[in-house]
Each structure stands twice: as C-alpha cells, then as structure tokens.
Ligand binder design. Sequence first.
Ligand code: XMP
Length: 491
Amino acid sequence: DGQFSEKLRVPEALTFDDVLLRPRESRVEPDEADLTTNVSKNVELNVPVLSAAMDTVTESDLAIAMAREGGLGVLHRNTDTDEAVAEVQRVKRADELVIRREDVVTANPEQTIDEVDAMMERAGVSGAPVVNDDDEVLGIISGTDIRPYLEVGDEDTVEEAMTDEVITASEDLEARDALELMYEHKIERVPIVDAEDRLVGLVTMQGVLARREHEDAARDADGHLRVGAAVGPFEIERAEALDDAGVDVLFIDCAHAHNLNVIDSAREIKESVDADVVVGNIGTREAAEDVVDFADGVKVGIGPGSICTTRVVSGAGMPQITAVAEVADVAVQHDVPVIADGGIRYSGDAAKAFAAGADAVMLGSYFAGTDEAPGRVITMNGKKYKQYRGMGSVGAMQSGGGDRYLKEEPEDEEYVPEGVEAATPYKGSLASELHQMTGGIQSGMGYVGASTIPEMKSRSRLVRVSAAGQTEGHPHDVMITDEAPNYSPSE
Ligand code: XMP
C-alpha cells in the first residue's frame, strides 16, 4: 500500500445516533439516581448540565436560573470586560441573604408619600428602609404604610407614614434567625446595621424563602450561586478581572484548543487565577494528553453543535461519542472531569455521553428557546420561536468573538463563518426544560442500573445501532397527535 491508500484504512468514529445503552439488571429507581458530578476539579454540581457560552443562550438571567436548579450557566463573551464582570456579579448577588447597601433601595424622611410610592414602583420593591444623611436607620416604609395616605392625597412626608419601631440585626445574622425574627414580629424585612446603627444591608422574607426553595442550587462556600464564564484563548486580563469578580469556573473558549499557542496561553491563565480553568474544545486523545497536566476540566466537541458548520466548512471534526470516549480515556487517569459540549438534542443523548465517559454535558439549542435566554419571542406561521445562532456565525462574530475560531477580524468584514443564524422553538421556563433533561438522564441510569454518574460511566455498555434500528427507536407508523414535553420530531 502507498502512503495515501494507507490513510484510507480509517478507524470508525461514532456519534449519538450510532449507539444505545444496553439495558442491564438494575435495582435503581430513576427518581433516586444521584446526579451529583464534578464539572471541574473543585466545582461539584447536583445537576450535571451546563448551558452553552453563546450570546443567544447564557447571560446572567439564564445563569441564575441554571444555578438555582443545580446546574451551571457559562456566560458568553460577546461583551466587554466591564459588562462581563457586572454579569458575574449579578449571578453572585442574586440569591444573597443580605442585600448589600449599594443595592438596597432606601427612602429619606423628607420625601413625600407620592415620591416614595413612585420610587418603590420604579425599583420593583414593596418597602424600603428610611435613612438620614448619615445612613442611620430611622424607620421602614412599606406599601401598607403609605396606602392610607395615598387615598387622602395630601402632601405628607415619609417621616409621618413610616413605621419607626424598626427591628434591625447585625451582619452575622443567619438565615434561620432572620426567619424567626420576621415571624415573631410579623415583618417582611430586617435592615442590617453596623455598631453605629448605619445601614449596611437588608434581609427580606422573599429572599430567605427563595433560598429555601432551591435546595439543590449550585452554591459556592459563601452560599452564592455558582457561575462560569467564557474567555478568549488569549484574554488574560479579562480572565483575571472575572476571577476577581468571583467567577467559579473559567472556560477557555476556542473551537480548536489543540492549537499549541492556545494551550500555552491557557496554561498562563491557569497560573494567574484562583478559579478553575476548563480547557476546550478538544476532540482527540492526543489533545487530551497535552492539557490534562494543568487543566481543571476539559470540554469536548469539534463540530457536533446544532448550529455548527465547522465540519462542512473545514472538513475537520470528530463524531461526538468517539470524541468524548477518546478524551475521557486520558482524562480519567488524571482525575480531570470531561464535559461533552454540543449535539445533544434529547436527554437520551446526554445519557449516552455519560456512558462514553463524560462527567457533565453542555447544551446550547436545548436552552436557547427558554424564557430566560436572551432575545424575544418571535412568531412565524403561528408558531413561536427564539433566535439561536452559532458563535462562529457572521452575526455573532461581528459582535465580538471571532478569535474563538483563531481568526483576525477581517478588514472588509468578509468573515468565513463556521456557524449559522437560526430560530429555535420557544419552550417556556428553563426549570421545566431542565427537569425533562435530568429526568431522562435518570431514566437512562435506571436502565443501566447506575445509581450515580460515576457508576453510569463505569457500568454502562453500548450497542451499535443500524439505520433500521434508529428508525425503530423513534415514533414510527403513527401520526403524533399531542406534543410530548420531551420529544418533537423536528428537533
Ligand atoms: P448545541 O448542539 O447544544 O451545541 O446547540 C452548542 C455548542 O456548539 C458550539 N458552537 C459552535 N460550533 N460553530 C461551531 O462549529 C459555531 O458557530 C458555534 N457556536 C457554538 C459550542 O461548543 C456550543 O456550546
């Protein structure tokens, strides 16, 4: 054989539709299957799902919703550094027990009732501490206090209407004590004051209850929601700024992280931050070998994404199940978690990704149609959609991140894109979408007899599926009459 014919003796590479989990004896009830996983060396999640760092998927709203449900949102990087820092802070502050002074809406005693009413309406709060010029707490004003005055419509001031017997607490207040205090005194908010009675924060009933509602939420050691953020392969300053803002995991965001300049830079970023650093994307065992010595996690996916055209445009790529397995073979020996990124349409695809060695999955199109994703709902032919575009599409590259594809911004704006701009069906709340995803993964664990994600990785076996087998696996020979919450043929 010659040099080139030799090359045609190619190994086979498989993707989601090529395989199925082989059912095994099991005592695992799906509801009880434990989804806890590590997304990177130091960050554990109760739900092994991440949202993609894309400008039509993850901004702070979606990241907050993800973390409350136990997963992790990865903020996209089509923002300048200041905005990115603000985004991280929004997530970090979302479920804080104590709202910090700078975020507390306050009234002053000389304000008129009308003014304070308008102010509270604008700020979306139902009450406010009243402070003097020295920030000393004089009282609390709430909707209930001002309602009688509004009826009369005279020019009374806050000072007359406010409740001036205020229950305050000091900064070391615990959630449980805050609730007790509020029940005991039948109040909704407790100003937090320093030794001189100056306002330093506020605890609200709403805030305490919201925290209790999300028991599985992804939280850091201080109780703040966890958040990830993407940085360009060479953006060391941005990485440091996000690290200072408290980001939990930085994702080196590159379409081909086996570029050795990218690896050099990623190593440098890792040296200069406290946050975990996940390196990606890669898709081969050779790439894994070049990053496992320093990466806190690796992300796998060369062209599987729903909006990707990388494989068509460049001719390069790796079918995702094989890519995950190759990388995981190496990563598992170094205890480096593996994230399968792209191409997951159904929960069954995620279940297969774990069997191939993934510790967590990242989803783009799956979440792009939810309420919490950026952008508004559009209606076409009577159906509702939201915009979803590849970060390598012309539109997204014009808004920022072309270097993900290791390309300079062209002077004539003639990009060579590796993604498309599209619409995806509108889906409602993130929580219910994620519930379908995790429920499906737990079903898969039940069929395999795996009670944890690590067991899913080690216990599962795969079978190869023919084209006929694939057809058999989808609804067939029927006309679907009612939409299922987790299956749509057009997906
Ligand atoms: P899904 O299938 O979940 O994939 O929508 C999301 C992942 O796709 C990657 N991505 C891209 N890949 N061109 C690509 O080749 C693009 O324009 C592009 N944009 C995003 C990314 O890894 C994401 O998490």
